[in-house]
Ligand binder design. Structure first.
Ligand SMILES: N[C@@H](CCC(=O)N[C@@H](CS)C(=O)NCC(=O)O)C(=O)O
Length: 265
């Protein structure tokens, strides 16, 4: 399903691309839905003011397992971006993995990263921390708390502890700096914000520095718009799993997930 958002100009992004692309081909399509990973990219695109549209991939319906989607991302995960802003005659540029997408957008535009090389490396450090630790650990925490059919106390405790530990790491960092990687708002903040704020707000007293940072980042119009991308299905609203059934489990963690690479998604 296509989003009806109004196309907007994106001079900064395409200033970084050179002058080869034509006006009518300047469009980034974001394949994704109402998930933190897709919202990271939507926030970055909104911050950059580029022209983009959402192509909804409903992961509870198995849209990510189809051969057509696998042709975009052989790892069958959202988000993916497809950028038509390429030199005439070249195929659209396809990219997946949120860390790679955020870095690419930042590099092409010289935006959303510090200019100083060491500060930029620190920004990359926190971005990697998000994609290698925050994303997977929060994901496993949600899996065992909300999605797994059976209760596994060891796993629930392990990932809940790790979520708390990671939040403490970030809260301590934000006692020292305005943004997660220093004094510059960056793709590291964008990567982290959609993942953690529900947990942070539910435990506000434990994480005063994350609350301060969350208010600052969350007040940005681009963050508000990007973080509203997609419409959550009732099965996943507020972490409640009403209606989350064995078919959804098969798609996300079971037979349909594991057969998708055989082209039977
Ligand atoms: N490391 C990947 C994670 C992507 C990911 O796990 N996406 C989820 C949605 S948040 C997904 O598409 N899941 C569908 C599935 O596993 O079938 C990234 O950062 O892009």
């Amino acid at each position: 399903m296509l989003d009806t958002r109004r196309p907007r100009h994106h001079d900064r992004l395409h200033a970084g691309f050179g002058a080869c692309e034509t006006e009518e081909t300047r469009m980034i399509t974001l394949y994704g839905g109402p998930t933190p990973n897709a919202r990271k990219i939507a926030i970055a695109l909104e911050e950059l003011g580029v022209e983009w549209r959402l192509e909804t991939i409903d992961i509870l319906a198995g849209d990510q397992l189809t051969p057509a989607f696998l042709a975009l991302n052989p790892n069958n995960k959202t988000p993916v971006i497809v950028d038509d802003g390429v030199p005439a005659g070249e195929p659209p540029f396809v990219l997946w993995e949120t860390g790679a997408i955020l870095l690419w957008l930042a590099e092409k535009t010289g935006s959303l990263v510090p200019q100083d090389p060491r500060e930029r490396a620190i920004c990359h450090q926190w971005l990697m921390f998000q994609v290698s630790a925050v994303g997977p650990m929060f994901g496993q925490h949600a899996h065992f708390t909300f999605y797994a059919k059976d209760r596994h106390p060891y796993a629930m405790e392990r990932y809940a502890n790790e979520v708390t530990r990671l939040l403490r790491v970030m809260d301590r960092q934000l006692a020292k700096t305005t943004y997660i990687a220093g004094e510059t708002y960056s793709i590291a903040d964008i990567a982290i914000y959609p993942y953690i704020m529900r947990e942070v707000k539910a435990r506000a007293a434990e994480f005063p520095n994350l609350m301060r940072w969350g208010a600052l980042v969350g007040a940005r119009p681009a963050v508000r718009r990007g973080n509203a991308t997609g419409e959550a299905r009732k099965e996943t609203i507020a972490g409640g799993m009403d209606g989350f059934n064995d078919e959804h489990r098969s798609i996300l963690f079971g037979e349909r997930q594991y057969k998708a690479l055989d082209g039977v998604g």
